[in-house]
Design a protein around this ligand. Structure first.
Ligand code: PHE
Length: 348
């Protein structure tokens, strides 16, 4: 027989190889633990897996050496190697979980929303300067006990002119450049027709204000073909010009301040008699500014509204809201109000 030296050794020390295998398997555990817990990413972990339990890894190396063991020893060695393989798999698994958790929490903290960061404000619109002034004036008259009415913008000629003491041939019809629509209708040239509509609808005493769009064939820095007026009137027994002065003074004090200076200047309107225009002293400009037209309601107008001028009297006034807005906000050209330029509108 030509026995090799190894066989001789094995035979010389029965059980020696088994012991060596078991010792080597055990000896793998401590460095494996250290290596796995030191792995910092999944790539390193995979390298360690190959190193320990891959096909060409350390445990497979031990496995291959089992061929030299006796039939009794093989299952013992196999069991020990499998137990160690399982332990190393556990190390791998728990380290993998740790690394995945770490990656997840890094991702989450990177994505966290900082609720203390200032937010992005949604853009908010604001009321148009004309609307702001309208609301303010209506509010003042509401406080004085006036009631708010409305009328149509396409108005019957009778309400716009005839009922207001301006018959067909009346020169006053030429005072305003009227925009005619069709069949006896116009774009109302003022809010005064609301006087007639309200008189027909309500019983005296009445105190009414009405605001809205009016139209005239006119356009320059101080005139726009569409603009806004506010009409006000009051009807009761024994209403005098003194009442008119008192109410307008109160209104202008509320709008411009307690020390507002105003003057009543004789004027003419077909629907009021006597009539007056009211000017307000503009300190910065050192001049009087005309702000409204007014007067005692003409008896013919009361009659056209179905009210007996023998028993009732009243005063009326009309003002241009756009003009008041231009004065209030110091806007030099009335047409700026209607260009819808947000750079302009944003300032109010
Ligand atoms: N309607 C007149 C205008 O448009 C204003 C006015 C109203 C005058 C009421 C007197 C009374 O100019």
């Amino acid at each position: 027989m030509s026995d090799g030296p190894e066989t001789a050794t094995t035979e010389a020390a029965p059980g020696g190889e088994l012991k060596a295998l078991i010792a080597e398997a055990r000896a793998l555990l401590a460095p494996a633990k250290e290596a796995f817990s030191g792995a910092n990413d999944l790539k390193q972990l995979e390298d360690l897996r190959l190193e320990y339990i891959g096909k060409k890894g350390k445990l497979s190396g031990l496995n291959r050496r089992m061929g030299k063991l006796s039939a009794d020893e093989k299952p013992i060695a196999g069991k020990v190697i499998n137990e160690h393989k399982a332990q190393i798999l556990d190390l791998l698994k728990s380290r993998k979980e740790q690394l995945e958790m770490k990656a997840l929490s890094q991702q989450l903290s990177g994505e966290r929303i900082d609720v203390t960061l200032p937010g992005v404000r949604p853009a908010r619109g604001s009321l148009h300067p004309v609307e702001q002034v309208t609301q303010e004036i209506l509010g003042i008259f509401r406080d004085l006990g006036f009631h708010v009415e409305e009328g149509p913008e396409i108005e019957n000629e009778w309400f716009n002119f005839d009922a207001l003491n301006m018959p067909d041939n009346h020169p006053a019809r030429d005072m305003q450049d009227t925009l005619y629509t069709e069949r006896g209708h116009v774009l109302r040239t003022h809010t005064s027709p609301v006087q007639i509509r309200s008189m027909k609808k309500l019983d005296p005493p009445m105190a009414v204000v009405a605001a809205g769009k009016v139209y005239r064939h006119d356009s320059d820095a101080t005139h726009s073909p569409m603009f806004h007026q506010m009409e006000g009137f009051l009807i009761d027994e024994d209403v005098s010009f003194g009442h008119l002065k008192g109410v307008l003074h109160e209104f202008l004090r509320a709008l411009y301040g307690a020390d507002v200076k105003l003057r009543f200047r004789p004027s003419f309107f077909p629907f009021t008699e006597p009539s007056a225009e009211v000017d307000v002293w503009w300190e910065a400009g050192n001049k009087w500014l005309e702000v409204l037209g007014s007067g005692m309601i003409h008896p013919n107008v009361l009659e056209n509204g179905g009210i007996d001028p023998e028993n009732f009297s009243g005063f009326a006034f009309g003002l241009g809201i756009d003009r008041l807005a231009c004065i209030k906000f110091q806007i030099p050209d009335i047409r700026l109000l209607y260009e819808n330029d947000v750079r302009f509108l944003r300032q109010f």
